[in-house]
Ligand binder design. Structure first.
Ligand SMILES: [Zn+2]
Length: 421
């Protein structure tokens, strides 16, 4: 069977808008959303009034920063505050198509219009094409994932096997018998399937027919990607989104980061102040989806990334998110400087003798102190390491070399032991 061309074509004209068209498009979408939200969502009205934000005065994209960010955690409390999910919805619950429940617990409303979760352009960009037979291994009940990822496949005229997270033997059996060409699920589950298939002495390239995969929901390293792509001889790309807003970004064939979806406006902000940062700087992903049913304006995702605007050879002009480099709750601001675990990881990866590490922050007498604890049997490059650390992170740590096994098993990368009065 000849393989489909999965690299060509663009799904929507909005993916190739030039810079000024895109700005204009964002401005119109946001203006509409803000006025609609203010008019029909009790919660949006309350938030805007409290911040003395006047919708009429929203003239340019940078005006958005005057609206306080909405932390995901707040949704749990807000949704319990009365009808229409505490006034976050602009219509009655009975008018929706579905309501899901995600861990939190947070309700995720789904309205009736086509491509509600907005993943169709993502699936096209990743390489799904009409005629694919696709196995969806995400859960189909309570949480939205299963049905959320079925929607784009229906739009692209693919056939879906709604497997959910059922047992491995069934998954592999179905994959073989239906000659399944597409996989939707987490990368680790795909790896698990690969291992089980090999145990059963299946040849992943000859007995299975996978050509394309959409993976999400977990950290996905390049190492794991190339390993899986080689094992199955397939293309694997990631999507990024949340259960609250749906699609935020997706990869293209070029693996250049995540193209930001045209259904959202994304800002990268200082996690403390909500103030937007410059392109390239790492901060929290703040997302505003153009969703009038459930207008979560400036939702703070808790994920950390940066924006990249250099053109992508795939032809899409949308800005891209670099990798998701971590979570806000694993970072700490020390002496006014954000320290991100991925930065420390980058520095320490050059020292093979270091097995594990942890940063400890204390504040004796109200002054922040930083200790870099590393596990190594012998370590002789202390000066060099401290120098690099100071150069890259702009802080002077005290270095503590510990015997291997000294740090607790599930230790956090940054242990914040500061005491605040
Ligand atoms: Zn691209």
């Amino acid at each position: 069977m000849t393989r489909k061309d999965r690299t060509e074509g663009i799904y929507s004209r909005r993916e190739v808008l030039d810079e000024s068209e895109r700005k204009q498009y964002y401005l119109i979408q946001l203006k509409e959303l803000l006025s609609y939200g203010y008019r029909y969502s009790e919660d949006v009205k309350k938030r805007f009034d409290r911040a003395q934000f006047n919708v009429e005065k929203f003239k340019q994209l940078s005006d958005l920063k005057h609206i306080p960010i909405l932390k995901k955690k707040e949704l749990i409390f807000l949704q319990s505050m009365g009808p229409r999910l505490g006034g976050l919805l602009t219509k009655d619950i009975g008018e929706l198509k579905r309501i899901f429940l995600s861990p939190g617990p947070i309700f995720d409303p789904e309205d009736r219009h086509d491509d509600y979760w907005g993943y169709t352009e993502a699936f096209y960009s990743i390489g799904f094409r009409p005629g694919d037979v696709v196995q969806v291994t995400f859960n189909y009940h309570l949480s939205p994932a299963g049905l959320m990822f079925e929607e784009p496949l229906r739009n692209l005229n693919c056939a879906v096997m709604p497997a959910g997270p059922s047992n491995v033997a069934t998954q592999l059996d179905v994959m073989q018998k239906l000659r399944v060409s597409g996989y939707v699920g987490t990368p680790s589950y795909l790896m698990h399937l690969a291992q089980k298939a090999e145990e059963k002495r299946l040849n992943l390239r000859k007995d299975l027919f996978l050509e394309v995969a959409f993976v999400t929901g977990e950290k996905f390293s390049e190492k794991m990607r190339s390993q899986l792509e080689k094992m199955f001889d397939m293309v694997i790309r990631q999507g990024y989104g949340t259960a609250d807003v749906g699609c935020i970004g997706y990869e293209c064939f070029q693996k250049n980061g995540l193209h930001i979806s045209n259904r959202v406006y994304v800002e990268i902000c200082d996690p403390d102040t909500g103030i937007p940062l410059k392109d390239g700087e790492v901060g929290e992903i703040i997302v505003t989806a153009f969703n009038k049913t459930y207008p979560l304006i400036r939702l703070a995702t808790g994920d950390l990334s940066f924006i990249e605007r250099a053109p992508c050879t795939c032809g899409r002009t949308s800005p891209r998110l670099g990798n998701i480099v971590g979570r806000v709750d694993t970072t700490a601001r020390i002496k006014g400087i954000f320290v991100y675990p991925h930065q420390v990881e980058q520095i320490l990866s050059k020292y093979e003798e270091i097995k594990r590490w942890q940063i400890e922050v204390t504040n004796p007498g109200g002054v922040d102190e930083l200790t870099l604890c590393v596990e190594a049997s012998t370590f002789k490059r202390e000066d060099e390491l401290l120098h690099t650390f100071r150069e890259k992170i702009k802080l002077r740590p005290t270095l503590k070399v510990l015997a291997p096994g000294s740090l607790p098993v599930n230790s956090k990368p940054i242990e914040d032991k500061r005491i605040w009065d």
